[in-house]
Design a binder for this molecule. Structure first.
Ligand SMILES: Cc1cc2nc3c(=O)[nH]c(=O)nc-3n(C[C@H](O)[C@H](O)[C@H](O)COP(=O)(O)O)c2cc1C
Length: 211
């Protein structure tokens, strides 16, 4: 027979133990459902951004189903980055490359660069950056239309020298008081075009027409 005090300690420990197990269970359930919700909304945001880059009606596949991993110094990152191939009736019409400008004012700027099969830029969007609000953040379309300046440009339009900001005698505007950010983005987009030019045939050969 246990003394009264030991029985009470045992009972309290059991209650505490059960409470701890139940709390861990509830927290892990909440965590799982939150993680699934975050993943779902990140997925939806990704589809939305990808869809904004290419002209409506220019493809009929699910871009996320035709993604490949690319790894090349011209894309600006040591890690593999995804690319998405747009198809219309099974034929490649465009590609969206993820590219990184490593030399932003505050570090890497991650971009999506949409290139049509004929080599013209469909559009460029920023995925992430840490540039200064009011200065470098004008690369965001929500802050300024600057990114639209790439649309229709290609490796030959403008030519090599034109692929720079005006301060460096190129064709692209810099921002007032902020040249470093647009300089980095122009350079990264130019390199992405060079990558596409060098690898177009292989990239489009990787197509899954059922995607
Ligand atoms: C606090 C602070 C934040 C800045 N942030 C940026 C930025 O995000 N992007 C940028 O291009 N320049 C930024 N600048 C300005 C740059 O230091 C630089 O003066 C400007 O980009 C012009 O570069 P340039 O001399 O190569 O033309 C910042 C300057 C300061 C003092």
């Amino acid at each position: 027979m246990l003394p009264e005090i030991s029985r009470s300690m045992l009972k309290n420990s059991l209650v505490l133990g059960l409470f701890a197990v139940a709390t861990v269970g509830v927290v892990s359930l909440i965590q799982q459902s939150t993680a699934a919700r975050i993943e779902r909304s990140a997925h939806e945001a990704q589809i939305r951004v990808l869809g904004e880059i290419l002209p409506a009606g220019s493809y009929d596949n699910h871009l996320l189903d035709n993604s490949i991993e690319l790894h090349d110094p011209l894309l600006g990152s040591k890690a593999p980055q995804p690319a998405y191939i747009a198809l219309k009736e099974g034929k490649p019409t465009a590609i969206i490359l993820q590219a990184t400008a490593p030399d932003g004012y505050s570090g890497a700027i991650r971009l999506l660069v949409g290139i049509q099969a004929d080599g013209r830029l469909a559009g460029v969007r920023v995925l992430s950056h840490r540039e200064t609000p009011g200065l470098g953040d004008r690369i965001e379309l929500a802050k300024s239309p600057w990114m639209h300046g790439f649309e229709g440009k290609s490796l030959t339009n403008p030519g090599e020298a034109g692929w720079a900001v005006k301060k460096d005698r190129g064709e692209f505007d810099q921002f007032a008081g902020a040249t470093i950010t647009p300089r980095a983005v122009v350079k990264a987009v130019h390199k992405a075009l060079q990558f596409f030019d060098a690898h177009k045939a292989e990239l489009f050969a990787e197509v899954n027409p059922n995607g």
